[in-house]
Write a protein that binds this ligand. Structure first.
Ligand code: TRP
Length: 454
């Protein structure tokens, strides 16, 4: 396939919703609230916003310009823009990272389906806190059910990706994202109207800087990359389907704003409800699957039908958010196999789905029956999470900065960001400064700190 007969997204809103769909995911609704909860609420959020602005935005614009310039999958992109150089390894790293993330992400995404069924069949009713943790633990111990849900989620993703960029990805984003926005807003309004919710809002919005340690900064930066889908060529792949007149900087701005709003709104859903029933919000990863069903049960204790509706809507929201993200990760690997190995799109997608299913099943079992099998003290699921989010994504993000900041010709970068000079780009020097120095140095600092070298 030549680069000029590649498909494009059909509309500007499609571009924004698909990219925002990639960004808005479990990272916003599952990870952000517990990170904020454990790291002192508002102070974390402020630092997070700085990370989004000064590191997330420049890296996102870089991924966009690499993708749109090359009009290729992420590995092909480096081959085209930097032929015959080791930069191609950045592309391979991205594809591999995507494959690993998709495998374990689908496991958690699969749980959301189980919870939709549980909420839908009203099986949360009458349960107490210990019941919720016991039933989640017993769910994880089951050898088959969680794997089936992982498979279902991967298949949902598969069918969207197979339908292609316009009919699959763009159309599904245009359908799911508005629904997701409505659900987030309705749930946030409900949560804030609960008695005693002010304490949750105060926690979320009153900064306590005494809680700010280097760990918090680290957490905020990792979260920013993860939440914005940066560091593995996900948005680079989507940008290869942008048209010549898409305004890259504006699109990055919209995606950043949408992603941050949804994360903060997820906090507004969770904290007021949790505080209103006196449950601590710093529960960690299990917050959403153990603490929250209990919170929803108690928060509307007087009116069971409200608990029912609230829980069901919440898990549907979670599944939608996860699905638009898994689609974008799947597309990275599918586009790579499709274009680099000349496989049909369907065959490429099938290979990805099958491969992720194998690894995903292993990740799922590693939290139950295979939990004795550990590497470096981590089960497979945690190992995948750790190596991708703590090593591969920051490394990828840093290399992307170095590539656009130092390797690519400055005129090419300008031409791409300004749509061949037709847009005024007042921030260009600031952008170059950020990708050349600020972002790579900050990432390297965090890296060294993380590994105890600094
Ligand atoms: N951003 C998504 C979330 O918040 C997850 C995700 C999708 C992702 N694509 C990615 C994370 C690429 C890192 C890299 O859940």
């Amino acid at each position: 396939m030549t680069n000029s007969d590649r498909v494009n997204f059909g509309s500007r809103i499609g571009v924004i919703l698909a990219s925002a769909g990639s960004a808005v995911g479990l990272g916003n609704i599952w990870r952000f609230p517990y990170e904020a909860g454990q790291h002192g609420g508002a102070a974390f959020i402020l630092i997070y916003l700085l990370c989004v602005l000064f590191m997330g935005m420049p890296v996102m614009i870089s991924e966009f310009l690499i993708g749109r310039r090359s009009r290729a999958n992420t590995a092909g992109a480096y081959r085209i823009l930097a032929p015959g150089t080791p930069w191609r390894w950045v592309g391979f790293l991205g594809v591999l990272t995507g494959f690993l993330i998709l495998s374990y992400y689908s496991v958690v995404a699969g749980w959301t389906l189980e919870f939709i069924v549980e909420a839908g069949t009203n099986s949360f009713a009458g349960k107490t806190a210990p019941d919720f943790s016991a039933s989640f633990a017993s769910f994880l111990q089951k050898p088959v059910l969680p794997v089936i849900w992982t498979a279902c989620f991967l298949l949902l993703t598969h069918f969207v990706v197979v339908r292609g960029v316009k009919k699959g990805i763009e159309r599904s984003s245009k359908l799911m994202m508005p629904l997701l926005f409505i659900l987030v807003i309705v749930l946030a309004v409900c949560s804030v109207s609960l008695p005693g919710s002010e304490k949750g809002l105060l926690f979320l919005f009153r900064p306590d800087f005494s809680k700010v340690t280097s760990d918090v900064v680290l957490g905020a930066m990792g979260q920013a990359f993860y939440s914005l889908s940066l560091g593995m060529g996900c948005l680079c792949t989507y940008a290869s389907y942008f048209s010549r007149d898409t305004n890259l900087a504006k699109t990055a701005g919209s995606v950043g704003v949408i992603d941050t709003c949804v994360a903060v709104l997820a906090g507004i859903i969770i904290f007021p409800a949790a505080f209103s029933v006196g449950i601590s919000p710093d529960a960690g990863p299990e917050l959403i699957f153990i603490t929250l069903p209990n919170v929803f049960q108690q928060a509307f204790a007087g009116v069971p039908v409200l608990s029912y509706i609230f829980s069901l809507m919440f898990y549907i929201l979670l599944a939608l958010a996860a699905l638009t993200s898994t689609i974008s990760i799947h597309e990275v690997v599918t586009a790579y196999l499709h274009e680099e190995f000349h496989l049909s799109r369907t065959r490429a997608a099938t290979l990805v789905t099958a491969g992720c299913l194998l690894l995903g099943a292993a990740c799922s079992l590693s939290m139950g029956v295979w939990s004795d099998f550990t590497i470096a003290g981590m089960n497979l699921f945690n190992l995948f999470d750790f190596t991708t989010t703590k090593i591969m994504l920051p490394l990828g993000g840093m290399l992307i900065c170095l590539f656009t900041g130092w390797y690519l010709d400055r005129r090419l970068v300008y031409a791409e960001v300004s749509n061949e000079g037709s847009l005024k780009v007042r921030f260009f020097r600031a952008y170059i400064f950020l990708v050349r120095y600020v972002a790579p140095i900050a990432i390297a600092g965090v890296f060294l700190k993380e590994w105890g070298l600094f």
